[in-house]
Structures are given as structure tokens and as C-alpha cells.
Design a protein around this ligand. Structure first.
Ligand code: NIG
Ligand code: FE
Length: 411
């Protein structure tokens, strides 16, 4: 049945169309017609004709309203955990050392290959539910723990299935270029060619790929590998992204910029020239403070350089078993402020308008304005800065998805 027009009034609305409009309240009412926002502003200015069309009126009792949140970088689908490695790191062994010994990503690959589709779904669902409870309605899910054609396909199918079973939009990202699997040990260049030229077209043909990513870093893949992969992505008209500069600058950003990457993510190691390249290419910088925190890194991303260059900053959980066993985007916002020095409004823009851009979902998602999707959260809070201020406290009251109450209760 078609949704009638609805007036959502007595709200403290933070539109998040830009960092500036993520800083404070800009409107007290909005009108949705079907799945879209028709109008947003001060209720006193609402045209009588439009008000008369509103069959439903929801008084939000002065509560904060923001766009629904977007987690634009996750590895949500995986089997097992790496709590043992966490304990090892506590004893002083580094993440890169554990990876060199065949642990790290490859230990999750072993667990994920051994898990069937149902087990992968069961494992991912609690993590997804935790995100949804915080007002998330769109997430990215990467592959990258399968590293064979069919194991990657299974991860991506599970990601799609999560989107069907839960009220969330899932964007899938193909990340077979995450590690070299044991079958290709010592033959990394050959593995890269296979995953780029054989597996990617096949998975795209099966409709499983929305974007293509590569882990471009010391001990991982090179800038030349990124070029090979991105050429294959371009031939299929798929957008690209890059894990870059988590540990070292191996020259990937220049390649990412040449392919107009949607985003480059991590970026603890980044210079001014690369920040300028990202700005020119229109790429978003996705900051992953929980991974930085978990690994006990000490050099934060050069946020000042990124800001000065005009690169939009997004914030995501990076939910994964190794570097970010975390299913809280609100916690990631707090850490982006406290560890990376983001302003509270930058953190909020980072999980709304800029996150939407990092997934190619802007401007319909991640911002509240006429014409955008009616996807918003009602918080039991009064000011936007409270979202980054609290930790361990989730004040999400209700989630409106495509104009309808999807979760929680209206006041
Ligand atoms: O985003 N850096 C590479 N990929 C993940 C870690 C994956 C893992 O350790 O399992 C990341 O941090
Ligand atoms: Fe990641």
C-alpha cells in the first residue's frame, strides 16, 4: 500500500548534508511522502496545502533526529575469532609478526573456508544486529576471507542474504586481494592476476560485487597489483576502493586516484601530495580508529592534511576479527574524536553524508533534505555532539526506513 504523507514534528533535526550542518539543529519538522523526504524546515513555515496532505502526524517530543547511520567499511562476514592473537599481542607480539607466521588474516581464511553458508550467516547476524540497534541502515561488507572463487562467492552471497533477512542495505565489496592464500604461496603476482582477470568477472556476472578493494600495504599487495586489479574493475564498470597506508606508504594512493576511487581507507601513513591526489579524485578518506586502537598504533592519520586538502572524512567500524573486533559505530565515532582529533560534527558527517559518498549512495542517503530517502533515526538525546560523547550508551529510540518505522518505538 502506498504510504501517505506524514509530518514529523517537534524534533531537533540535524540534516548532515555537510560537516557544517552536522554541527547543530537546523529544523524542527519534516514531511515524508512515501519513501522520500518532501520538505524539511521550521514547522511555522510549512505550506498549509502540504500540511493538509499529512494523514499522519508524529510528535517527536523535542528529540534529536539525524540521518540513519552508515557503516562504510566492514569485514562483517567471517567465521571464528582471533581472541588468541589478541592475547598474543598483549604479550608483545605484533600484528605483522603474527601474519608472517601464517596467523592473522590467513587464520580467519581457514575458519571461513570450513564454514558453510548457514554458519557464516549465524556468525555475522549478532554483529549486524548490534549495528542496526545503533541506527545503522546501510553497511558495506567485504569478502576477503575466502580467497578461492567459490569461498569468496559464498562470503558475498551471505552478505547479500543479510540484506534480505534484515532491514538494511548491504553493499558488497570484493576483497580477494586481501592476502595471498596458501595455494599461491610465493606466487602472489599470479594470484593477483587470477583474482582480477578470472574471479572478478565471474563474481560480477553473478551479481555479487558492488565495488572492488585491495589491501595495498607492506606485507600485502603493491601499487602495481592495484593497477592490474583496478583495470579489471574498470572493464566491468565497477567502482574501486583501497586499504592504504595502514602501516606503510607503498604508493597505492596515486593509483587509487587515477581510478577515481570511492575511498581510501586507514591512511595512518599519508603525505600531503597523496592527500591532494585524493581531493582531486573526489575520494573519501575512511578513518578506522578502532583498528588503530586495537593495534596500539601511535601515529594517527594526518587529519589536518586531509582537511586542508578538502578530502571528505568518513568513519567506520572496520568490524573484523583481527584488528577491529567491534560492532559499534558510535564507539568508532567517539574514538575518531578522541584518538584522531575529529570535531564531533566531523564524526557525525563521517557516518552519514561522507559515509554515503564512500559507498556511492550519496546524495539520496546519509543526509536529510528534500528529495533524499526518508531514512532517519530518532534519538533520546537533545544535541548531535552527544552521539560522540557517550560511550557504551546507545540512545537510539526509533529508526525510520523508507518512511516507515523499522525499529524501536515512536514517542
Ligand atoms: O582493515 N588491513 C587489512 N584488513 C583488515 C584486517 C583484517 C584482519 O586482520 O583480519 C583491516 O584492518
Ligand atoms: Fe578493513
Amino acid at each position: 500500500m502506498a504510504l501517505p504523507a506524514a509530518l514529523w514534528r517537534n524534533a531537533r533535526i540535524v540534516p548532515c548534508t555537510t560537516v557544517a550542518t552536522a554541527a547543530s539543529v537546523h529544523a524542527d519538522a519534516l514531511v515524508t511522502v512515501g519513501e522520500r523526504i518532501e520538505w524539511l524546515g521550521e514547522e511555522a513555515q510549512l505550506a498549509p496545502g502540504l500540511r493538509a496532505r499529512c494523514a499522519a502526524v508524529h510528535d517527536l517530543g523535542g528529540r534529536l533526529v539525524t540521518p540513519a547511520l552508515i557503516d562504510c567499511h566492514t569485514h562483517l562476514v567471517f567465521a571464528g575469532d582471533r581472541a588468541e592473537e589478541f592475547a598474543e599481542r598483549q604479550r608483545g607480539v605484533s600484528y605483522e609478526e603474527i601474519a608472517r607466521r601464517g596467523g592473522g588474516i590467513l587464520s580467519t581464511v581457514r575458519a571461513t573456508r570450513a564454514a558453510g553458508e548457514a554458519a557464516l550467516l549465524d556468525a555475522a547476524e549478532p554483529r549486524l544486529r548490534a549495528l542496526l540497534r545503533e541506527g545503522v541502515t546501510a553497511i558495506e561488507v567485504k569478502s576477503g576471507y575466502g580467497l578461492t572463487l567459490e569461498d569468496e562467492a559464498r562470503m558475498l552471497r551471505v552478505a547479500r542474504e543479510l540484506g534480505r533477512r534484515h532491514d538494511v542495505d548491504v553493499r558488497t565489496t570484493y576483497l580477494a586481494a586481501h592476502a595471498v592464500p596458501p595455494e599461491f604461496a610465493g606466487r602472489g603476482a599470479e594470484y593477483l592476476r587470477v583474482l582480477a582477470r578470472e574471479w572478478l568477472p565471474e563474481l560480477a556476472r553473478r551479481g555479487l560485487v558492488d565495488a572492488v578493494d585491495i589491501y595495498c600495504d607492506r606485507g600485502a599487495f603493491s601499487a602495481a597489483d592495484a593497477r592490474t586489479l583496478f583495470e579489471a574493475a574498470r572493464a566491468l564498470e565497477l567502482p574501486v576502493k583501497m586499504h592504504a597506508g595502514q602501516f606503510a606508504d607503498v604508493g597505492g594512493i596515486g593509483v587509487a586516484a587515477q581510478f577515481a576511487a570511492l575511498s581510501c581507507d586507514h591512511l595512518e601513513v599519508l603525505d600531503a601530495a597523496d592527500a591532494a591526489r585524493m581531493a582531486q579524485a573526489g575520494s573519501v578518506a575512511v578513518l578506522l580508529p578502532v583498528a588503530y586502537y586495537t593495534l596500539g598504533q601511535t601515529q594517527p592519520p594526518p587529519v589536518g592534511l586531509l582537511r586542508a586538502a578538502g578530502v571528505p572524512l568518513a568513519v567506520a567500524t572496520d568490524c573484523n576479527p583481527g584488528t577491529s573486533p567491534c560492532a559499534s559505530l558510535l564507539l568508532a565515532m567517539n574514538m575518531a574524536c578522541r584518538l584522531f582529533g575529529l570535531a564531533a560534527e566531523e564524526a557525525l558527517a563521517g557516518v552519514t553524508c561522507h559515509a554515503a559518498r564512500a559507498l556511492g549512495l550519496a546524495p539520496a542517503r546519509g543526509a536529510l533534505e528534500a528529495g533524499a530517502d526518508a531514512e532517519f533515526v530518532v534519538w533520546d538525546l537533545a544535541a548531535p555532539h552527544e552521539l560522540s560523547y557517550w560511550t557504551g550508551l546507545n540512545r537510539c529510540r526509533a529508526v525510520i526506513r523508507r518512511g516507515r518505522l523499522a525499529r524501536g518505538t515512536l514517542p
